[in-house]
Design a protein around this ligand. Sequence first.
Ligand code: ADP
Ligand code: ZN
Ligand code: ZN
Length: 826
Amino acid sequence: MTTVDVVLPVPVDQTYTYGVPTEMRDTVDIGHRVLVPFGKRRLTGVVASEGPDPESVDFALKDILDVLDERPACSEEMLRLTKWIANYYVCSWGEAIKAALPSGINVKSTHRLRRTEEPPGQWVEHEQAGPLLADLEGRDDTTLSAIRKRLGTTVPLGLVRRLAAEGILEVNTQLSDARVSAKTATYVRFSAAFQHPSAAADLVEQLRGSKQKALIEALAGFREEGTPEPLRTDLLERAEASHSSLNSLVDKGMVETVEKEVVRSPLDDLPDPGPAPDHTLHPSQQEAYDAVARAVEDQSYQTFLLHGITGSGKTEVYIAALKDVLAQGRTGIILVPEIALTPQTVQRFRSHFGDTIAVLHSQMSMGERFDAWRQLRDGELSIAIGPRSAVLAPMDNLGLIVVDEEHESSYKQFDPAPRYHARDVAVMRAYLNDAVCVLGSATPSLESVMNAEWGKYTRLNMPERVPDSSGTSAELPNVEIVDLTLQKRKHQLEGALSEPLRAAIRARIDRGEQTILLQNRRGFAPVIECCDCGWAPLCRDCSVTMTVHKTRSGGRMLQCHYCGRTEPTMRACPSCNSQDLHQIGTGTQRVEDELNDVFPDAEVLRMDRDSTRKKHGHHKILSQFRNGADILLGTQMIAKGLDFSRVTLVGVVDADVGLLLPDFRAEERTFQLLTQVAGRAGRADLRGEVILQTRNPEHKALQFALDHDFDGFAASELEDRKILSYPPFGHLATVEFRGPKEARVERLAENWTKALRKHSASDVLIGDPSPASVKRVKKQFRYRTVLKSRQSQKHLQSALRRTEQSFGSVPNGYHVSIDVDAVGLL
Ligand code: ADP
Ligand code: ZN
Ligand code: ZN
């Protein structure tokens, strides 16, 4: 090849032509990564095709600088798939390819800057150079991107070069090959001089600051537990201290911080999965498997929607089909919503397929990720199991893609682009490969239900739980609704748990059975409010109230659930000075307190984002539950994939959480969550019971969940969707506008939407731009325009594409994000 067309990781919808120097002509091929000059930068791109005859090119052709691969990083199939993703989700091809390559594979240029001389006055005054020079003062060296982030403005590279030419700055441009740099974390330990165990006590004597004392004590505590170098985040959390307290200890030379590579993966702790059970499929499993197996045998594309109730044995069907695919010498991908939440599913695949599996997960270091990616690409491993991004695993010869819990919204990517839905990409990828796709769920998405109805997918049903050896199927649990309004009126409601729910839990504790309790809201109380004037603390950077959290020592603090900012609570209302502050509503921590009060003899576990933040958090809690703890309380994390035979009671503390969100899928989500969590009860010979507490007992999501009536719910909900032309009957996309100044965001949104109207076909309905329901997050204002089309997705895509091209770039610091098939209109 004398020229190549290269896809670059820039948000521009085109390929770029480069010349190939003679010495590289033999080594470059389609799918190879190449290093190219791009403006003042060097970028890594992927060769998409052979370029035009150099004679016919009417611009100055630049040459590629290097060929980075010996074997293609992107197969031709992956090029086709990513091209489809780019077209469908209206992003650039480069962005889609980037999602398919392991992070860290790309070579990027980094500019490191250092101030060398006292700058002359004219530069200090300069509008852009002034802040840059001030920022560099007193720093050893720093990267240009870090400076840009700190200053929140652009610092043109041209200006940097000019300052360098005048000798004021030193610029060092490096190619950072992140492939070799694995993920690191910061750990803390005592400095050499203070290592002796008695030194800690002396230090505590000497120090004045109570937070510094707490840090020393916590660090000594970790050491006693056999962890002399705890993670910095763990130490700060235990001592309830801030970075600045720790930094002053570092400055005093008492402790030091170390950066270490994070090598362990969450699976290291999983026990050997043991031998694979050899089940004989029961009749409805056999029927489902036969249908899938025929398609696998034919090696022709087909998508199945496997609707099997919780405990019907879907995983066994996946495993049987995967065995057939491997026997043909082909490969398979298994998508699960999140690895940490589905350890039992992962273990079952490992027990059958052992060493041929690559388990991909979010806590992998870059090195591990790259290794897994390479082994899959080279055919050393033939199965990938993982969350959303595993749908882009680089395997050849794909025979099967399974999407377990296909209704889960975590399959949709939000940021960055491509904002793809892994289920839909899975279907497309299967189609491109003459492969079979199986979408499994106990509560399929309404999109998939309709696709089956319309004949695009083949529906398979498994309406019964797996029968035991005597041939009887475990019955579905009995669901009961407790009306909280009524309970309150009868003065039977003291905390969050009603009398009937308390009695049911008590009975389980006494019989040595287990309870799962869902409260889908973390923290202690969602709001703290002044009883006298109604004041409530808002986050400084987001337009939401802060949530009350309980600290380890039993105190309270405030946390913003959108940006993570924490603040101490106040004793008195800052607005009217009243001391009458009321904590309103119920989070998991508050339920935990109540359980401990009411059932002092019970072992209670709490599983939510806060209690699982530490590594292996999920795993630890689940194994404690397996070892017989009485109650597992948690957010929606506990609703999926868990199979514990002694759980005979599932309680939903507040079934209304989520029901009233401004999202047309709110009811569908609630029905799914309730059905999924109810499915955790009574999976073996012990009959299960489910208690739903609610203030909306007549709500249809609850009423259908009461009867385990998925089809009834789907039919009723689909009717509503049809009237409003919401998916699956209409197509939907959103455009989000974001930036630091509200007036500018609003103006951008209006102008963009105006352009969008001009470029849209007549069946496209375009709403007016409006503030997102949480208007400001992390100091950024957000506006949103919603587009609908009754007829065709393509009409939305072409309008968006044309608008984006004609509108051109937006002001720096402002963003326009296109989200096709958006999920969650919050
Ligand atoms: P689902 O994924 O549909 O919730 P699972 O595949 O997890 O269901 O199956 C539920 C339970 O039944 C698991 O413990 C599994 O090992 C067991 N099981 C599944 N199929 C069979 C079978 N054919 N014979 C015996 N046990 C089975
Ligand atoms: Zn007040
Ligand atoms: Zn915030």
